[in-house]
Design a protein around this ligand. Structure first.
Ligand code: MN3
Length: 204
């Protein structure tokens, strides 16, 4: 049996108000995230992969048997992606990063505002369900792109340090079809301290 569990949110359900509403956080974490975990467990329990970290499975999907590959990709991706999502947000956060990450964003994207604009555009332009990602590539440089569904950058060999969920379940209750407004609001809850930690860890 896999030992994976759903960690509680690192803050209260209403802590990200008014940017992300309590009901959305409750359903998103307790129902959607839980379902990704449940379905991942259904796929891997009783197989030789039940004690393999889902990140490791996502990093080498080709080696996962076809029978459970889609489940691992979609539900394992959903499980891993949301673990990151909760921790890169925090109440009273937002603003701009500092330190090494700020410098790298400046060099690679022409400054923080320009990075923000490009990341928002990737999130807004993701057709249908998916995520916008800021990643550290194998060579240590940053990358920015959107991916469909629950695909995680680790399947491309990249380490995600920031992700924005643009599935409708992430914003529809409060923002309905106004994805751009959700994206704009989301910047107010980005936990740059945590993103910078993930950046420095990924660079090692
Ligand atoms: Mn989601």
């Amino acid at each position: 049996m896999s030992k994976l569990t759903l960690a509680p949110l690192p803050y209260a359900y209403d802590a990200l108000e008014p940017w992300i509403d309590e009901q959305t956080m409750r359903i998103h974490h307790d129902k959607h995230h839980q379902a990704y975990l449940d379905n991942l467990l259904k796929a891997i329990n009783g197989t030789e992969f039940e004690n393999v970290a889902p990140e490791k499975l996502l990093a080498s999907l080709a080696e996962v048997p076809e029978k459970i590959r889609s489940a691992v990709r979609n539900h394992g991706g959903g499980y891993v992606n949301h673990n990151l999502f909760w921790e890169i947000m925090a109440p009273g956060a937002g603003g701009a990063p500092s330190g090494d990450l700020a410098a790298a964003l400046g060099t690679q994207f022409g400054g923080f505002d320009s990075f923000k604009q490009k990341f928002s555009a990737a999130a807004a332009g993701q057709f249908g369900s998916g995520w916008a990602w800021l990643v550290v590539k194998r060579d240590g440089t940053l990358g920015l792109y959107g991916l469909p569904n629950q695909d995680n950058p680790i399947s491309n060999g990249d380490q995600a340090i920031l992700g924005l969920d643009v599935w409708e379940h992430a914003y529809y209750l409060k923002y309905q079809n106004r994805r751009a407004e959700y994206i704009e609001s989301w910047w107010n809850v980005v936990n740059w301290k945590r993103v910078d930690e993930l950046y420095r860890r990924a660079k090692k």
